[in-house]
Design a protein around this ligand. Structure first.
Ligand SMILES: Cc1cc2nc3c(=O)[nH]c(=O)nc-3n(C[C@H](O)[C@H](O)[C@H](O)COP(=O)(O)OP(=O)(O)OC[C@H]3O[C@@H](n4cnc5c(N)ncnc54)[C@H](O)[C@@H]3O)c2cc1C
Length: 498
């Protein structure tokens, strides 16, 4: 083996034992490979020594998918090069940060549209592995829609370019090439039957995406696979032209149900974002003196931030929501770039601000990423309310109302004896409701160790296909085990980080 920097100091292991999830899992070592040859050597070493390998980018995952008890392979130091940029295609290494990619592409008037609120920190590799998206998914879709091809290191240490999958260089690659299409086509009916009826989904492997894009099958299977099938070392992405116009309108509502109803009207205008901030969140930010919204009052049950890319639609949208349907009781238009940025900053700060609570209650991410069809959102939100009442829980609701993907963060005291039990009850009840609504337990964040166990419920009879795919790519189960097809949710036994 060439010289590879391994770090197993207590300080480093403690640092890498957490990501942005509620869990803590200590690895045995952290490595910082400098090139793809070293990644291959690390995987072979792990395979020979029966150790797991978890690739990480910026470790902003919220479901524990950047945690592992073996080797953490950190790409963030040495995989930051942009390799080429021609027309609307960019080829880059996985540790590039999303905001940096967009600063770079803006010079040529392009954007990479998937826009997680963590854009300042998150890496492209992590976005690909989680199939991340954000506020603008309603118009632009998810990361999977922009990945053209990938270079990956597989579980046998071999290198594969998914642009030319037929150019195999190992037995494992030949096996994948031969078997994957059959696994998918033989199970097509079952796969289709169990697909969630939602605008977006980051749960499980993207089997349907592979079936519907056969020419990209060997690329799509890696997108959203959470580092469990291979390690991405280079990606070619498609960019889109920067919009010529954008503005933001803030709508005020006196009932959460009215917000849910408004979403259907707004979707007809093909707006680029419909983002929700509920009263619990607004009250908290207000109490910190950080809200800065003059028109917020006791009457406000929630706000919708609506981004519009066509100037001629703005007045029509305002008319529909405030006069025709009277769903919103007030609105404000951002009149300057500064105001626009201020509104977006409030939305993007939602999660970090909630983490700043100084009382005993913590904002806990455990059911934080469910999605249902936007048409069912009113029914889903009232079902949620009932669960919170039954369990006597207060929860903050915000996020991507436009595509039915709401982030729900219960406020709970982790020092209470029954903390784990409450989380389990909550997850079971909410995920059951989600499945009754034909929704998904993860719209964009991914499964991680948190949702392992629940993925089986989500996929039902189609779950064994996921297991077959994993076994095909990683027969020794060394790549980020216990994610996606893990047997049990970490809620059962894994330590919490609080
Ligand atoms: C405040 C906050 C807001 C967020 N908002 C959003 C949001 O709006 N939308 C959204 O989708 N997500 C959001 N997230 C979640 C998270 O930021 C995204 O999923 C992000 O894409 C993860 O990127 P990362 O670089 O941190 O990846 P990591 O957390 O380091 O890793 C994520 C997954 O990718 C795998 N991985 C990393 N690099 C590679 C590689 N080179 N090859 C193979 N696998 C790899 C890891 O093993 C892991 O499974 C948010 C998180 C926070 C903390």
């Amino acid at each position: 083996m060439s010289k590879i920097f391994f770090d197993s100091s207590k300080e480093t292991l403690t640092k890498y034992s957490t990501d942005e999830s509620i869990f803590k899992i200590e690895p045995q070592a952290v490595v910082f490979p400098e090139n793809i040859g070293q990644i291959s050597e690390i995987i072979k070493f792990a395979s020979e020594n029966n150790l797991s390998v978890t690739a990480v980018g910026s470790r902003t995952s919220v479901a524990g998918q950047a945690l592992g008890n073996g080797i953490i392979l950190d790409t963030s130091k040495h995989f930051k090069k942009i390799k080429s940029f021609e027309n609307d295609k960019i080829t880059l290494e996985p540790a590039i940060i999303l905001d940096d990619l967009n600063k770079f592409s803006a010079k040529k008037n392009y954007i990479f549209p998937p826009d997680p609120a963590s854009s300042k920190l998150c890496s492209i590799g992590g976005m690909i592995a989680n199939n991340a998206s954000g506020a603008r998914a309603i118009r632009y879709g998810m990361t999977k829609n922009y990945v053209e091809s990938l270079k990956v290191v597989l579980s046998d240490g071999s290198f594969w370019d998914t642009k030319f999958p037929q150019k195999t260089s190992s037995e494992l690659q030949e096996k994948i090439l031969e078997k994957l299409p059959g696994i998918l086509s033989e199970n097509e009916k079952l796969i289709r039957k169990n697909v969630p009826q939602t605008a977006k989904n980051s749960c499980g492997y993207d089997l349907i995406g592979c079936l519907e894009n056969p020419e990209k099958m060997f690329t799509r299977i890696f997108v959203g696979s959470e580092g469990t099938l291979g390690i991405v070392t280079e990606a070619t992405l498609k960019l889109v032209q920067k919009p010529k116009f954008d503005t933001v309108v803030l709508f005020y509502f006196d009932k959460l149900e009215k917000i849910a109803q408004s979403v259907s009207f707004l979707r007809e205008f093909n707006v680029s974002a419909i983002e929700l901030l509920d009263k619990t969140f607004l009250d908290f930010v207000n109490s910190q003196g950080k809200l800065n919204l003059e028109n917020f009052s006791g009457k406000t049950e929630g706000l919708l931030i609506v981004e519009v890319l066509e100037e001629n639609k703005v007045e029509k949208i305002v008319e529909v929501l405030t006069q025709k349907t009277k769903l919103a009781y007030f609105y404000e238009k951002a009149l300057s770039e500064e105001e626009k940025q201020r509104i977006w900053a409030l939305r993007k700060a939602a999660s970090p601000l909630l983490n700043e609570r100084t009382d005993s209650l913590k904002s806990v991410r455990v059911i934080e990423d469910t999605a249902v069809s936007p048409k069912i959102l009113p029914k889903y939100l009232s079902g949620l309310r009932k669960i919170f009442e039954d369990l006597k829980i207060t929860a903050v609701v915000f996020g991507h109302a436009g595509d039915g993907n709401v982030h729900i963060n219960p406020l709970l005291d982790p020092t209470k004896k029954d903390f784990r039990e409450i989380l389990q009850k909550l997850a079971n009840k909410v995920y059951t409701l989600v499945l009754e609504c034909s929704g998904t337990i993860s719209g964009e964040h991914g499964d991680g160790v948190l949702r392992a166990g629940f993925v089986q419920k989500q996929f039902g009879e189609a779950f064994p296909i996921l297991v077959e795919v994993k076994n095909l790519f990683d027969p020794k189960n060394i790549l980020n085990p216990e994610k996606i097809i893990g047997k049990q949710s970490a809620l059962e036994s894994v330590d919490f980080k609080f």
